[in-house]
Design a protein around this ligand. Structure first.
Ligand code: ZN
Ligand code: MN
Length: 148
């Protein structure tokens, strides 16, 4: 939380209470929430809140560079806090929707490599792994055992 407040102060950012609440929820929860999740979580705090307001705030936060949007075909779009320095990647469970944050040292020098080798300027990089989380694997195994 401190780093978020600090970052807002440095950028001299003024935000409406709702916009700040949306950003704080994404930052603190670390669950990569959907717009619906954020709406449900903040409704008790702001009785005038609507899902449309959540979307407006999310779009503004994306434009400001605080939030990234993660779209997965038919599944609901999820949102994540965008760190200034700490880059991380995602492993997404297609069964339950759980998202693991991970980093990989080998990928830290990707933009340097692209610049050196191809004169390519990187502004962001994305890596996503799709599959099944450990909990879902054991659930699937148990269900199989029951029916076998
Ligand atoms: Zn899962
Ligand atoms: Mn993440």
């Amino acid at each position: 939380m401190d780093t978020l407040k600090e970052r807002l102060r440095q950028k001299n950012m003024r935000m409406t209470p709702q916009r700040l609440a949306v950003l704080e929820y994404i930052y603190v929860s670390k669950t990569h929430p959907s717009a619906q999740d954020i709406y449900q979580a903040l409704l008790p705090k702001f009785n005038t809140l609507s899902l449309a307001t959540i979307y407006n705030n999310l779009n503004a936060l994306i434009e400001l560079g605080y939030v990234i949007e993660m779209t997965y075909g038919d599944a609901a779009t999820r949102y994540d806090y965008k760190e200034d320095d700490d880059v991380h990647y995602h492993a997404i469970c297609e069964t339950c929707g759980y998202i693991i944050d991970f980093s990989l040292e080998e990928l830290d020098n990707l933009s340097e490599m692209l610049k050196e080798k191809y004169k390519f300027i990187t502004h962001s990089q994305r890596l996503e792994a799709f599959g099944q989380c450990y909990d879902c694997q054991s659930r699937t195994r148990k269900e199989k055992e029951m029916y076998d």
